[in-house]
Design a protein around this ligand. Structure first.
Ligand code: GLV
Length: 328
């Protein structure tokens, strides 16, 4: 019997390609060529599945061209590159990689928070440039982290991980805002108090963004929101580009309307707003929230297991639109 054919759109761990190839006919982009949209559509012809990354847009037009496609497994927890309603309407299953990256990504949020608050980027550049001649009382004096108020916008699994790190590890007072309030049990577990978005912006010493990107969350933090934050505050975005108005943030950092920022995601990445590259008080990383070897391997394996689970056994592990399974 012929095996279902799949496409792996970007280079991934060879072990995971081998795992896939034990069950499926695999065409893999292990040379990591940058495919145009037309090339991607051509490659998907006749494929039943695709292992995608956040870089590939799976929308109605692509689905209409890829008529044999039955499943797309994103190697990411975020899936704003998927038009899930369009996939569901065409009976195409969507899967993502939740849980396996929660702690690793929460770790990076804290890394950026601490690096921004304690001015690590500026200090390191200063030292490397040979400018360290003598001690000064105020040299790179930043903001306190322990005991400060940690604000979290978006309180899913990663937000909860950030809250626990702040409350349990650093004795921080944790406040959060989310579309829906956590249960009392979860609030107690995270030692986090629910507040309005306005109160969050006003009261946080360090504000971490962990909400999914959608038209509703586009520019959730813009000039008006930045204006209500403390001038001593730090802002961390590990969620998605587009949630922050990067142009407004660059201005706020330049004018010291907030003290510092740590950013892992950008509007239009891999492009970065030139204003952000010019200001010293921002730490910039290239979307590495989940980037440890162990976690990236776990994500790749989960994406592969979703493809094998669905195409071979009819049982994906982490479906986003399980209604497709019922309809099948
Ligand atoms: C990374 O951004 C992810 O969504 O997994």
């Amino acid at each position: 019997m012929s095996r279902p054919a799949i496409l792996v759109t970007r280079e991934i761990f060879p072990e995971v390609i081998e795992l896939l190839a034990r069950h499926l006919d695999v065409e893999a982009n292990q040379s990591d060529e940058s495919w145009s949209r037309e090339q991607l559509v051509a490659k998907l012809a006749g494929k039943a599945g695709a292992l995608t990354t956040g870089s590939e847009r799976i929308d109605a037009a692509l689905l209409d061209a890829a008529t044999r496609l039955r499943v797309c497994a994103n190697m990411a927890v975020g899936y704003n590159n998927f038009d899930v309603p369009a996939m569901t309407a065409r009976g195409v299953l969507a899967t993502n990689t939740p849980d396996v990256l929660t702690d690793t990504t929460a770790d990076l949020a804290f890394t950026l928070l601490m690096a921004a608050a304690r001015r690590i980027g500026e200090s390191e550049r200063f030292l490397r440039a040979g400018q360290w001649q003598r001690w000064r009382y105020d040299m790179f004096a930043g903001a306190e982290v322990h005991g400060a108020t940690l604000g979290i916008l978006g309180m899913g699994r990663i937000g909860q991980g950030v809250a626990k790190r702040g409350a349990l590890g650093f004795g921080m007072k944790v406040i959060y805002h989310n579309r829906s309030r956590l249960t009392a049990e979860l609030e107690a577990e995270c030692r986090a108090a629910y507040v309005s978005k306005e109160a969050l912006l006003k009261e946080a010493d360090h504000l971490v963004l962990v909400l999914p990107y959608s038209p509703e969350s586009h520019h959730a933090i813009g000039a008006a929101e930045l204006a209500t934050m403390k001038p001593t505050a730090t802002l961390v975005n590990i969620a998605r580009g587009g949630i922050v108005d990067d142009a407004a943030l660059a201005e706020a950092l330049r004018d010291k309307r907030i003290a510092a920022a740590g950013l892992d995601v950008f509007e239009g990445e891999p492009q970065v707003h030139p204003g952000l590259l010019e200001v010293p008080n921002v730490i910039l990383t290239p979307h590495i929230g989940s980037a440890t070897v162990k976690t990236r391997m776990a994500m790749a394996k989960l994406a592969a297991d979703n493809l094998i689970g669905f195409l071979v056994h009819g049982k994906p592990l982490t479906p986003l639109n399980p209604q497709v399974l019922k309809a099948a």
